[in-house]
Write a protein that binds this ligand. Structure first.
Ligand SMILES: C[S@@+](CC[C@H](N)C(=O)[O-])C[C@H]1O[C@@H](n2cnc3c(N)ncnc32)[C@H](O)[C@@H]1O
Length: 416
């Protein structure tokens, strides 16, 4: 995710603290009605982003892209989707060219990536109009409406595109690929903290007297044993002497539930996850003592999730080791892990950069277009930004010796 410098501002009714008033009221109600008058940070983040009427992702207009708070790889042009399409075509061949090939895009944002993938397939693989079942799993109703509008021309041309939920998909029903770009970082995370040698959890509650924010934090015992099990599984002990008192970090249990659902619906094929994050040893490095939580609001990013509630995005980096390990537990084979820059270069982005460097501009406007596209391609592989995103490939029922094109470059081993 990249902060968008041309962001627009959407007017909403604000409470005394400057938060989306209706959303703030709903969160207050959840807190007062809950046991001990507090909710976990994961519940808070879930409400702030996805509360069905007022959550950040739920309210139109869309927050992603030119008029939003940040942009993602598909906003840099169609190259990202076109290169992904090359990977999907190879997967189809590796799966024995099945008559029905299902691509499940999860967390499809504005539907840009879907449009780019479909355009490329229509051009290079027109017979896929008869084979492809493009399925979108999206949580935000406003984004579903936007996706449906954007993709209607493809449906009119006879391509199968449909929207569903993971829950509604029958077990073992998919031969093809489940994929996502920046979905996992948008799932609600638990926050934990080390206090007096004990692993504790951060809760969200109401302030007692005057306060600068509508909600404040409270520390308490872990809300679920799953949190302790999570750290056992990745062999990280936050209560060891390596970690300072007050060490704070995130745990994405929702990502494990999501992966379990995906794995159980995949009969044969791949799971491709692109997001920013690290392997566990880096994620839970003792030096990273304040976690990875980030909020995106208009032109800036910061680490305070208790301001601009409902008007800012809240994200946390992804622990790829836990996805790998939990995936194996769910019978997903780890095909490989690489960085977005290497992945896209293996799929042909280098050739695109060479071609654009050699193109001649006949007028200033064309020169502008060429320079803009060259910048966009460089941004996709920038090692200090999107190029450093992780790309995890997992599979089920596929010959593990077949190399995927996107992994032909240098591969990294996830630290276990
Ligand atoms: C950061 S945006 C990324 C959008 C898009 N993939 C892109 O690259 O522009 C996260 C997306 O995931 C969606 N989302 C979050 N949780 C989800 C869930 N549990 N199931 C499906 N979609 C979800 C959000 O509504 C949003 O569309």
């Amino acid at each position: 995710m990249v902060v968008n410098l041309d962001s627009g501002i959407t007017k909403v009714e604000l409470d005394n603290y400057g938060n989306h008033k209706a959303l703030s009221d709903v969160i207050t109600c959840h807190i007062t009605e809950s046991l001990c008058s507090r909710i976990t940070f994961a519940e808070y983040m879930d409400l702030a982003l996805y509360q069905p009427q007022h959550g950040y992702y739920v309210t139109a207009p869309s927050k992603i892209g030119a008029t939003g708070d940040f942009f993602t790889s598909p906003h840099l042009g169609s190259d990202f989707g076109e290169l992904l399409a090359q990977q999907f075509i190879q997967m189809w061949h590796l799966l024995g060219q099945p008559d029905r090939f299902t691509l499940v895009e999860m967390g499809a944002g504005q539907g840009l990536l879907a449009g780019d993938v479909l355009r490329d397939l229509a051009q290079h693989q027109p017979e896929w109009a008869n084979h492809l079942d493009y399925v979108i799993v999206e949580r935000a109703p406003a984004l579903i409406a936007e996706q449906q509008q954007r993709l209607q021309p493809w449906r009119d041309r006879g391509w199968s595109i449909r929207w569903t939920t993971l829950e509604a998909m029958p077990p073992d029903s998919v031969t093809g690929c489940f994929f996502s770009n920046e979905l996992v970082d948008a799932l609600p995370v638990h926050q934990v903290i080390v206090q007096d040698g004990q692993l504790q959890e951060i809760y969200v509650t109401l302030p007692e007297g005057d306060a600068e924010t509508a909600f404040v934090e409270q520390v308490g015992p872990l809300s679920t044993p799953q949190l302790a099990i999570y750290f056992q599984d990745i062999q990280i002990d936050l209560t060891s002497a390596r970690y300072p008192d007050g060490y704070r970090t995130e745990v994405n249990l929702a990502a494990l539930d999501w992966l379990q659902q995906v794995a159980s619906r995949l009969q044969q094929g791949y799971v491709l996850t692109i997001d920013y994050g690290y392997a566990s040893d880096r994620y839970y490095n003792p030096m990273r003592s304040t976690g990875t939580l980030q909020c995106y609001y208009r032109h800036r990013y910061h680490d305070n999730p208790y301001i601009h509630i409902g008007q800012q995005d809240i994200t946390a980096h992804v622990d790829f080791t836990s996805l790998q390990k939990y995936g194996e537990h769910c019978h997903l084979h780890t095909v490989g892990f690489t960085k977005q820059g290497l992945f896209l270069m293996s799929l042909g982005l280098g050739d695109r950069i060479s071609a654009i460097s050699q193109s001649q501009a006949s007028d200033p406007q064309m020169l502008q277009t060429i320079l803009r596209r060259r910048d966009a391609l460089q941004t996709l592989i920038d090692p200090m930004g999107m190029g450093n995103f992780g790309v995890l490939m997992q599979s089920k029922g596929v010959d593990p010796n077949e190399t995927l094109i996107g992994l032909r470059g240098e591969q990294m081993v996830i630290g276990l």
